[in-house]
Write a protein that binds this ligand. Sequence first.
Ligand code: AHR
Length: 647
Amino acid sequence: MLCFVGSLVFAQKEFKGKAISPDLFGIFYEDISYAADGGLYAELLQNRSFEYSPSDKDNWSNESNWQPLTAWEFETDGFGYGSLSIETKSPIHSNNPHYVVVEIEEEGKEGIGLINHGYDGITVKAGETYNFSAFLKPLTKDPFEIVVQLRDENGKKIAVDSFSTNSTNWKNYKRTLTASAASNQASLVILIKTKGKLALDMISLFPQKTFKNRPNGMRDDLAQVIADLHPKFMRFPGGCVVHGDGLGNMYRWQNTIGPLEERVEIRNIWGYRQSMGLGYFEYFQFCEDIGAKPVPVVAAGVSCQNSGGTWRIPETSQKCFPLEDMDAYIQEVLDLVEYANGSATSKFGSKRAEAGHPKPFDVEYLGIGNEDKITPEFEERFKLIEAAVKAKYPEITIIGTVGPGPDGDDYEKGWALANELDLEVVDEHFYETPEWFLNNLNRYDDYDRTQAKVYIGEFAAHDSKRSNNLRTALAEAAFMTSIERNGDLVSMVSYAPLLARKDHISWSPDLIYFTDEAVLKTANYYVQKLFSNYAGDVYYDGIFSFKEETEKELVSTSCVKQSLTGDIVLKLVNTNEYPITIIIDLSPFRIKGSQATKIILTGDALAENTFENPDAVVPQESSMQVKSSFLYEVPANSLTVIRTSGK
Ligand code: AHR
């Protein structure tokens, strides 16, 4: 007779489902392991602004010592000579103080200049066009004759263009280069063929083809693999990157918008540098492009408690803004909301409009703090920010933080603060063993439903090798069935970290690994993808049973409905080394017999996708016949998703 969201009502028997969060599965993007520069952000040159500094590199990271000419080489192979220097006297903008000066004493046959090898060599594709851009300023007479080239690994020219300067001030010159051949070890060469002194800065090479063809956009293949997750939301920009390594390293959103040459680069807490080419505008734009709700996170006026690497010693090192500076900081947070949601004529909304997006980005959530130590100083600052945001923007849902682990002092204090302030959502994090996940499948069953909802902002199963094998992925899958069961309380969940560049990994495991040429989807990626692509908005109990009482709980299950289509989705996770038969009763849905889609992710528990063998663990799709009630043998070490029509 009646059918409505949250329940199915039948004439003889009432069979009610439970409404669960429609935004359950999303992603957490942090610039860690070269996720931005050298990663998702499509810029191909490294250190385009000559701002690298020895202090970017932490002594625990594996990068070599850095300085403003890192990633650049002096080029004189046409028998010319001269010199390079780094200067700061008259930069394009004070936020971008260093630039290079080339003094050409003898230009030789080819000119002299600079080479950039990108990140581990530049990868270019035959026939594809690349946008070259540079700011140049003649320091002696104008014009200067400039040649730009792409060279392959053998030094062969695969694209060439030339132009002349025509201004004595800093001026941006743009050219296009089309590669005549492919190379994964290409370099960009700039040669100056006129005697004199020329200043250069913000030298950039960008593929013309970016994700959704956005200028200053994202690497197409990597962005597509993320988009394929169909995440409901994206939390960004961190993580520890948000609260930073000391107060000077805190992520300040307003330093990341506007012209690229005016953005404020900073050291990345993970031991390298952030160009901020991927800044707040690009984050919001990317969220829109992949259909994910943006979930920005701001620091709570305190730095990471591990600032200075103090996780290695018992003392903590949380630094706090002086209270007299908090008004200015709070204004910054309010300005962020205006930047995202304000009208195109408002002070900060107009900056968004200038960047090409007059319409608001419709931010619903704002995270304050990340895994912070819940000290009295933190609490005081958190309360000030929370109250100010709520007073001005009551429609924004604030997400609080409850420490770095699933329990303990910060967890307790974070939850107490959330209850005191009546917060709507708190952010729980756990990086635990696969066994922990399997032993905690009931974690949320008894959570107090009158308290804040839970956003599991970071989680991953860590085995002793921190690997991405099927065993860890299935532990996560089993846990995620319990999240669906508790989807009335757990409103959002995101695996962490999302991205890591091979050979520059700050943290493992990660969901997706990449080189310039390849994108590696882990078994864990496929689990996230299956849950996200086959999410529902109503959860049903009582669908699964076992022949033997002793088998109860050997398989983790969930049953959800997608109200829009009426489709029923079953998920079954078997982490045992043997198959288990389960009884599936679909009679409440009045399914008599129909075709269903079945997707199975299975293999050896220790199987792992690698760059050499990327398809060791991939989902296999087939169709199957389902009946009102039927037996299903859940394979050993597997996740099965069955989607049938509920109509
Ligand atoms: O995901 C990696 C790091 O783990 C995040 O930056 C931090 O929030 C957590 O400790």
